[in-house]
Design a protein around this ligand. Structure first.
Ligand SMILES: NC(=O)c1ccc[n+]([C@@H]2O[C@H](COP(=O)([O-])OP(=O)(O)OC[C@H]3O[C@@H](n4cnc5c(N)ncnc54)[C@H](O)[C@@H]3O)[C@@H](O)[C@H]2O)c1
Ligand SMILES: [Zn+2]
Ligand SMILES: [Zn+2]
Length: 369
């Protein structure tokens, strides 16, 4: 623990980070650490300590299709760069449904779930510089250290420090950053669907909420609004583009919102759920296509003859729509159904772009998607 304190003390070069990526831009110019110390990567955060004399409610994984609310000890500042947040609003991500359906390896009974929450700082470690008790904050979904090579490039979700999972290294060749409340394959950290949560590297993983924003508004920035934005970034959506968005869950809707913001000329939203399509149409005025009623690939030439410029998959691995893929998944011949990807490849125009922002976790027909 001591070592972590010493290292991180000299590690967070806000000026460099904000210069390059605009994160926490207000704190920029006053502190500049030497570049020698800037490169020191902190060790893996310690296992959380709890105050067992005080209890809180938390949502725990209880096995496939079982979530329970349990009473557990309140987390404490464990490493000097930690903060403990009192959660004031939290929500459920489409990715939590993968846990619920028992699809994510190393999700243990009793694990606290959740990675989208906002709250108020309740306690901070001695090395936290930018937050104090009482600050209203957004907690980012993934846990970054702010100092490793990936973090310094702004590739926070690839942080080299926070996830030591051997299984993920075995499955994917490398570890990604840890994610709050998302199995031991993604670090084994307690999730944020709890009354309190411990946030490692608080200066990196918290953001102050401007007074004018409500908790509900700020909550979308933890994951879904940023994910939708990233979907548009990956697809390089620009003015005049014709864009197809597969999936009208929260991620699909946010992707549509950002595509509109980026002045896409046409947006066609596809889902199998009529209510979600109706909502997408009413809220954003987009065209809709129900994949249960019409095959999107066959229908597309009548809508956009040359094919869409961009196709963004906001559905992911868990929805096989053909019998073969249903059987393959049931028999564990593949973990991920690639039917949306296949449709995207067939429908996109020549030289178009496909972005996958929906989650894929393993193999589709022996392809490590
Ligand atoms: N990459 C990231 O950082 C990130 C972040 C958050 C969520 N996700 C992933 O994004 C995906 C969407 O998340 P969400 O919260 O919107 O989930 P969601 O489950 O609410 O939405 C998925 C939607 O896909 C629709 N769908 C199913 N089969 C379809 C088909 N054949 N054609 C068209 N639509 C179909 C469903 O009806 C549903 O509306 C999930 O895979 C989630 O894990 C990724
Ligand atoms: Zn999420
Ligand atoms: Zn890092």
């Amino acid at each position: 623990m001591e070592t972590i304190g010493t290292n991180t003390e000299t590690t967070f070069d806000k000026s460099k980070k904000s210069e390059t990526y605009g994160k926490h831009s207000k704190e920029s110019s006053s502190e500049t650490h030497s570049t020698e110390t800037f490169h020191v990567q902190p060790p893996l955060p310690s296992k959380v300590r709890r105050d067992e004399s005080r209890s809180m409610m938390a949502c725990q994984y209880g096995g496939k299709k079982t979530i329970k609310v349990a009473h557990v000890g309140i987390p404490m500042v464990t490493d000097p760069t930690d903060a403990v947040i009192r959660v004031t609003a939290t929500t459920i991500c489409g990715s939590d449904l993968h846990l619920y359906h028992g699809e994510i390896p190393q999700t243990n009974v009793g694990d606290i779930l959740g990675h989208e929450s906002v709250g108020v700082v309740d306690d901070v470690g001695p090395n936290v510089k930018h937050f104090k008790k009482g600050d209203r904050v957004i907690i980012t979904a993934c846990i970054a250290c702010g100092a490793c090579e990936y973090c310094r490039r702004g590739e926070w979700s690839c942080c080299d420090t926070t996830n030591a999972s051997k299984l993920q290294e075995f499955l994917h060749g490398h570890q990604s950053a840890a994610l709050f409340g998302y199995s031991h394959t993604l670090g084994g950290y307690d999730g944020t669907q709890a009354e309190y949560v411990r946030v490692p590297f608080a200066d990196v993983n918290l953001f102050k909420i401007p007074d004018k924003l409500s908790d509900g508004q700020a909550l979308t920035a933890c994951d879904i609004a940023s994910t939708g934005f990233h979907g548009c970034e990956l697809a390089e959506v620009k003015e005049g583009d014709k864009v197809v968005v597969f999936g009208c869950g929260p991620v699909g809707l946010m992707t549509i919102m950002w595509a509109k913001y980026r002045k896409a000329a046409r947006i066609i939203a596809i889902d199998v759920d009529g209510n979600r399509l109706e909502f997408a149409h009413q809220r954003f005025g987009v065209e809709t296509l129900n994949a249960q009623e019409e095959d999107p690939v066959k229908k597309m030439p009548s809508l956009i003859p040359a094919g869409p410029d961009k196709v963004i998959d906001c559905v992911g691995f868990r929805f096989p729509d053909g019998l073969l893929h249903k059987i393959e998944r049931a028999l564990y011949l593949e973990t991920d159904s690639p039917n949306i990807v296949n449709s995207a490849i067939e429908m996109v125009r020549k030289n178009g772009l496909i972005a996958l922002i929906g989650d894929y976790v393993g193999y589709a027909n022996h392809f490590n998607i």
